[in-house]
Design a protein around this ligand. Structure first.
Ligand code: PLP
Length: 365
């Protein structure tokens, strides 16, 4: 039996046409017109001046941190519930991720818990817009200004999400996105850094391309990286970007249907959308009652043809970053969280089926 997947790319726009142009012109590596066009269009979609593509979302984060001078013994504030990438990127710089607990409703970094973690070594905050719900940016930016901290937004799950009617990715000094296969738009693998600062844009481009002097070939004044994307990937990205509003509309329709079908189930807590937010619903994620074991529920759904995902483990429980501090909220939410199929091509019938079996499993009677 084929499972209903949690997510799958939908490549039914002009992706293949643009990819064929790469083949026809022989521009298949990291030079070529699609890269600049994709950078221009994606940054303009998010409302920033510059976009600098990277090989993936994790290298975008590392490049951003390195460009901003994050280095040995610096401290960077990271939410305790997130995909591992931002914590790893901090570690690549020789810096230390300092974990902050999350809000119980949005599951994003809790601004009320940030200040107590700030020390003389703190240099930056990485808010992650988890599953597509924007972070409380006003509160985060206020703290950042007060303590002179950089803000690097991790928007890997939140392409097109709005905070107070403004796109995420336009708030950070640098903002990072991923275009991995399950993200809202994909390039296969890929990422991008956005900024409004021309000096930072230039530095990001320099660092991602081996720090080669633009006037003196093979002269490298600093240790650089190869974090380039290919023209083929950018071609896919451009085809995807043309459909982003449709993808977001589909995600929101799916979320609305899920929430209406699950709303009177007492064993399930639905995702929230704050007044300030327009959620992208990259993933439709719920919390199960404490009496239920998420792993068991997933197993039973799988037997009935439905794939699902647990939440991320709290970073504080992972071997490289283990902490003995208590993170009550993220520990509980990580344990009880469940992500349901969230693909843009999911049908109303499939959502109906998923909700029906889920309710039967969690409330048998
Ligand atoms: C997907 C993701 C990334 C980076 O992803 P790559 O797989 O490196 O492209 C970073 N942060 C978050 C929160 C993510 O979900």
């Amino acid at each position: 039996m084929k499972l209903i997947p949690v997510a799958e790319p939908v490549l039914t726009g002009r992706e293949l046409k643009y990819v064929k142009e790469c083949f026809d012109t022989n521009w298949i590596s990291s030079l070529g017109g699609f890269i600049l066009e994709f950078e221009k269009q994606f940054s303009s979609y998010c409302g920033t001046d510059y976009g600098i593509t990277t090989s993936n979302g994790t290298t975008a984060l590392h490049l951003a941190l390195h460009t901003l001078g994050i280095g040995r013994d610096d401290e960077v504030l990271v939410p305790n519930l997130t995909f591992i990438a931002p914590a790893n990127a901090v570690a690549y710089c020789g810096a230390k991720p300092i974990l902050v607990d999350i809000e119980p409703d949005t599951w994003n970094i809790d601004p009320n818990k940030i200040e107590s973690k700030i020390t003389s070594k703190t240099k930056a905050i990485i808010p992650v817009h988890l599953f597509g719900h924007p972070c409380d940016m006003d509160s985060i930016l206020k703290i950042a200004r007060k303590y002179n901290l950089l803000v690097i937004e991790d928007c890997a799950e939140a392409h097109g999400s709005l905070y107070k009617n403004r796109k995420v990715g336009s708030f950070g000094t640098i903002s990072c996105f991923s275009f991995y296969g399950n993200k809202i738009i994909t390039t296969g693998e890929g990422g991008i850094c956005l900024t409004n600062d021309p000096v930072l844009a230039k530095k990001l481009n320099f660092l991602k391309d081996h720090c080669m002097d633009s006037n003196k070939r093979y002269w490298h004044p600093e240790v650089g990286f190869n974090y380039r994307i290919t023209n083929i990937q950018a071609a896919i990205g451009l085809g995807q970007l043309e459909q982003i509003d449709y993808f977001l509309q589909r995600k929101r329709e799916n979320a609305k249907l899920y929430s209406s079908l699950l709303q009177n189930c007492t064993k399930i807590v639905l995702p929230v959308e704050k007044d300030y937010a327009r959620h992208s619903y990259w993933m439709y994620s719920i919390l199960l009652d404490e009496s239920l074991e998420v792993g068991r529920i997933m197993e039973k759904m799988r037997e009935l043809g439905v794939d699902s995902r647990p939440f991320f483990h709290p970073i504080s429980t992972l071997p490289p970053f283990r902490s003995h501090n208590k993170f009550e909220v993220s520990e509980r939410i990580a344990r009880q969280g469940l992500t349901l199929p969230s693909g843009t091509n999911l049908s109303a019938e499939q959502i109906g089926y998923i909700c029906r079996i889920l309710k039967e499993i969690v409330e048998p009677d």
